[in-house]
Design a protein around this ligand. Sequence first.
Ligand SMILES: Cc1cc2nc3c(=O)[nH]c(=O)nc-3n(C[C@H](O)[C@H](O)[C@H](O)COP(=O)(O)OP(=O)(O)OC[C@H]3O[C@@H](n4cnc5c(N)ncnc54)[C@H](O)[C@@H]3O)c2cc1C
Length: 508
Amino acid sequence: MPPETLTQPPPTGPETEPERVDVLIVGAGLSGIGTAHHLLQRCPGKTFAILEAREAIGGTWDLFRYPGIRSDSDMHTLGYRFRPWTAAKSIADGESILEYVRDTAREAGIDRKIHFGHRVMTASWSSEEARWTVTAEREDGSEATFSCAFLMNCSGYYRYDEGFTPEFPGIEDFGGTVIHPQHWPEEPEYEGKRVVVIGSGATAVTLVPAMARDAAHVTMLQRSPTYVISVPGEDPVAEALRKVLPSRALYPIVRWKNVLLQSLTYRLARNRPRLVRKLVRKGVMNALPTGYDVDTHFNPKYDPWDQRLCMVPDGDLFKVLKDGSAEIVTDRIERFTPGGIKLESGRELEADVVVTATGLNLLFLGGMRIDLDGEELDQSRSMAYKGMMLGDVPNLAFTIGYTNASWTLKADLVAEYLCRLLNHMDANGYDVCVPHLSDPSVKEEPILDFTSGYVLRSVAELPKQGSKEPWKLRQNYAVDLRKLRYASLEDGEMRFSRRVRKPDRVVA
Ligand SMILES: Cc1cc2nc3c(=O)[nH]c(=O)nc-3n(C[C@H](O)[C@H](O)[C@H](O)COP(=O)(O)OP(=O)(O)OC[C@H]3O[C@@H](n4cnc5c(N)ncnc54)[C@H](O)[C@@H]3O)c2cc1C
């Protein structure tokens, strides 16, 4: 039993009165714990609880256990605004990030507010009560009911039960072991074995150097290349400042330096894609031996930031390609064979272990069903407001981080906005806040403009965004900072009201 479960509150269920809180948070990952921390600081009078499907804090950073698991954005922006990241490593390992989230929860007493093993299944809004009734399934199949005035969804963006694996012909004939990084076994045996990692994203480029240490040989098999950039594992500016400044002073400086750098490079990539392509290519060429086929393995067809760029700390991927313990093959799979993988080019890769780093299945709002006064909401037809609420859905918000910068930058802003909203409602005696689209010129657009496979597979089922603010998602921290931290809450599209009470029935 993890230590966190020892402190959880007594269970509720249909047999008891639902636990009533002001704010119910779904998910005890980086975002859920951060949101709870903001609530404690900014809305000290509010009661809250967290429902967490798993038996642990940390979400992504507890679930993924593959070799080398680490952040691919810097911890000065992946860390919370309110809690400096003090370790030297700027690109940190999964275990350290998990510790950081757990420590945040423990020190603030947030761990005592978590109901572990509670998977939220439905949330039903009653206009009459101006409250949500939330049902959660416990691990033994029993049901628990909760009631809250505001529902805050921090359930991440993908399915926990199953990673994405395409259908590979002949996979059942393969005599070796197949592992998906999302379901990493406790004791995988790959020491001295031939490993093929299928994929070209952040997970694949992390796995290859980490597995190359112990495997006989690792092949990264990709259908198409990705932009790969080497970044320093330790931030030289942070390390220099550390000698003269305490962490509290250093953290915001390095955080802002990184925000501006990310934002500038992103904008440069979007405005001058050919220049950035050239620069990335040059960086790769410098890191690899002369004659390496950079154009086949590191030169994508799409422009930089049409899909997420891959960061590798201190060029670790390039080092294993250079020393020969790993190689990249860019080809298509024809079929699995008993001894490995046959490629369309005719080449056969021999393998004892195949790792399918083929991605995630996106999932919005943790798969929960939403009912509004008895009517089920079709989430794919709703429009996101400020990238954190849904049009015509009252008292509900969600945290989805940036695709082009660290997740937590947005998560912090969403939590701050939530606290402002709650305080504003209290100050004015409102029970309900609901964004409503009143501008007929706002057009529907897909919520994500990435061309990555995992986005294209699911984008039709996700809510839409609008063509104009506040319905447009800007993926820009500086813009969101103004809009979420400082701009007026009364923007014409957000409607506030008091609960409509039905008159008491008169008994004759
Ligand atoms: C391998 C990997 C590496 C990543 N690296 C980075 C990175 O370097 N930088 C970056 O910015 N982002 C990264 N991301 C994105 C990453 O998910 C976020 O950084 C962040 O961890 C998300 O935190 P979260 O709390 O919002 O969601 P999660 O970490 O996904 O946590 C969600 C929690 O909600 C729970 N939950 C889900 N549904 C329900 C339900 N119905 N009922 C109850 N509980 C539920 C889950 O069990 C989980 O504990 C990475 C993602 C992955 C998969």
